[in-house]
Write a protein that binds this ligand. Structure first.
Ligand code: ZN
Ligand code: ZN
Length: 343
């Protein structure tokens, strides 16, 4: 077995085109909605799930722009629905590319926005502070020089990463194992902390499909610990690896991610993602062993990033530094564990 992508969506990804809205399984359509700015993942998949009464349930409403509002309305029209047919909106996590259109949908249709309780808590902390801003505040303690911090902040402004509040409020919280109220469906909440503290996947055991949000993506390994200014959990990488292990226990044919393309081969992709993090942890371990006492920023400079450190700017660079911190935390946790087994 290997990872097999949805052909049309993959072709669009590979050729840098925005894919069409397509039906990805019985009763489910994937609507691609571009992100603001020039970002690697390019667009979010907003899923429309039609229940047995003909009502629509939206998973991960994308970035709020005028174009995306009309794209969503047009896609609903293509399947014979209107915005007023939307009954509920559920976001796999609270990033603006997964919650953006929720307030507008709620205004038009009255559909409440559901998120995991940990995510709703974090959003309260962060009503006016963007995720990127939370990281920028920590850059100094991570050893970034003033010119590096100033340059990065300028790039983040240009990318519209600073100043974008992530404060979309949920109307109700969902918890692990809860089955969503969607007639004719058994979509169950799987809490998968890691990307953010309150990230969830939605699992339908009848059709063996998994909506994976940003917890598992086919074309890139998602960032971890992106809960922003809110108090993030200790050791998000360890929690993330635990989440991936819990997904491996599910019987899944098709994965519908937040970005990229739908694909089969869940376990292969889980293995690739786990392997990626383990290799990176090893790399950070050996950098620290050969140059003890260097700053987080200096470790990040020495890691072999796929795109190359020099080519990482703005949010991508910030994310690289943040990921380095997670690996250092993870290694510290591991050596603490070894210490306690020995003692
Ligand atoms: Zn995200
Ligand atoms: Zn995302």
């Amino acid at each position: 077995m290997s990872v097999v992508p949805n052909h049309g969506q993959f072709e669009a990804w590979a050729s840098h085109h925005l894919p069409d809205t397509v039906q990805v399984q019985q009763g489910v359509w994937a609507v691609p909605l571009p992100l603001a700015g020039d970002q690697y993942v390019r667009h979010t998949y907003t899923y429309l799930v039609v229940d047995e009464a003909g009502s629509v349930h939206v998973i991960d409403p994308g970035w709020d722009t005028a174009d995306n509002r009309s794209r969503l309305a047009t896609s609903l029209g293509q399947i014979g629905k209107r915005l007023s047919d939307v009954r509920t909106v559920v976001s796999t996590h609270r990033h603006p590319d997964h919650t953006g259109l929720a307030p507008w949908i709620r205004e038009v249709s009255g559909a409440p926005l559901l998120m995991h309780s940990a995510e709703a808590e974090a959003a309260k902390w962060e009503a006016s502070v963007s995720m990127a801003f939370g990281f920028v505040r920590r850059l100094r303690s991570w050893g970034a020089s003033w010119p590096d911090r100033a340059k990065l902040s300028r790039q983040l402004w240009r990318e519209r990463r600073l100043g974008d509040a992530v404060g979309v409020r949920a109307d109700a919280a969902v918890e692990h194992d809860e089955v969503l109220d969607i007639p004719g469906w058994r979509l169950r909440v799987v809490h998968t902390p890691g990307h953010t503290e309150g990230s969830i996947c939605l699992y339908d055991e009848t059709t063996r499909s998994l909506f994976s949000g940003d917890t598992l993506l086919p074309m890139v390994h998602p960032g971890i610990g992106l809960s922003g200014a809110a108090p993030s959990s200790a050791n998000p990488l360890r929690r993330y690896l635990g989440s991936l292990a819990s997904l491996a226990r599910l019987d899944v044919d098709m994965v519908h991610p937040g970005h990229g393309y739908s694909f089969t081969g869940l376990n292969e992709r889980l293995d690739e993602t786990i392997g990626h993090h383990r290799r990176r942890s090893e790399e950070v371990r050996s950098i620290l062993a050969s140059q003890p006492g260097i700053s987080v920023w200096q470790v990040a400079e020495r890691v072999h990033w796929t795109a190359g450190w020099a080519n990482l700017s703005g949010y991508m660079r910030l994310s690289a530094v943040a990921q380095t911190v997670m690996h250092i935390d993870y290694l510290r946790g591991e050596s603490a564990d070894e210490g306690s087994t020995r003692n």
